[in-house]
Design a protein around this ligand. Structure first.
Ligand SMILES: C[S@@+](CC[C@H](N)C(=O)[O-])C[C@H]1O[C@@H](n2cnc3c(N)ncnc32)[C@H](O)[C@@H]1O
Length: 201
């Protein structure tokens, strides 16, 4: 089942059939999690696309993107570029790694300002290192951060959590949120206060 599932995803990916990949969301999550923690719906991707478009951003930088499957779907759906960053380059280049759907970049750590272009939104999907999250936020001079993870009572854990992140500063406000299909995972959109107070700046 797992092998068949992966083959199907890879075949659709090769043929650039992103809609067909989205429809595979019905497969049991224990199987899909090997590739990606969150299998979005079109409506979820639309939320992100609208933020990028409405605030005239250039695209999304995903930190801890893993296989990059979510990011590939987002790029195909929205037409905006999505860049992915990961750690452990040697593992991702090894024969044991999961397949990759976008080019992975490996930042110097601690991260520097030049990779976190301010006209891009940051995305943390099932990120699991609060200290590293705050390090990235400290270097980021842009205004939008997407946090995807479990809602309260989902029985899973991420750091940051979508509804209880610690940004390390009081500059950020929850702007919008949406459940990922009916999974009890949520996309939380955070905006810098200055943007919400003065949207046409
Ligand atoms: C639970 S996985 C989630 C992967 C993917 N976003 C998903 O939703 O399927 C967390 C990922 O964050 C990456 N990660 C951990 N610390 C990081 C850091 N400081 N910078 C970039 N990526 C990091 C890990 O290598 C891992 O692939």
């Amino acid at each position: 089942m797992e092998g068949d599932f992966l083959d199907t995803v890879l075949r659709f990916y090769k043929e650039q059939k992103w809609k067909e990949v989205l429809d595979l969301s019905l497969v049991e999550s224990a199987v899909t999690r090997k590739l990606v923690w969150v299998w979005p719906s079109e409506n979820n991707l639309l939320l992100i696309k609208h933020i990028i478009r409405d605030f005239r951003l250039s695209g999304v930088i995903s930190i801890g993107c893993g296989s990059g499957l979510f990011e590939w779907l987002l790029e195909k759906y929205s037409g905006f570029p999505v860049k992915g960053y990961e750690v452990n380059e040697s593992w991702w280049l090894s024969k044991y790694s999961t397949p990759q759907f976008i080019k992975l970049n490996f930042p110097e750590l601690p991260p520097t300002r030049d990779i976190l272009e301010p006209n891009y939104a940051l995305l943390f999907c099932y990120f699991n290192d609060g200290d590293a999250f705050r390090e990235y936020i400290r270097c980021y001079e842009g205004d939008f951060v997407f946090i995807i993870g479990p809602g309260l009572g989902a029985g899973r854990h991420t750091d940051p959590e979508p509804f209880n992140p610690n940004f390390g500063s009081p500059d950020w406000l929850l702007y919008k949120s949406q459940e990922v299909r009916d999974t009890k995972d949520f996309i939380a959109v955070y905006a810098r206060l200055r943007t919400i107070n003065n949207p046409h700046q």
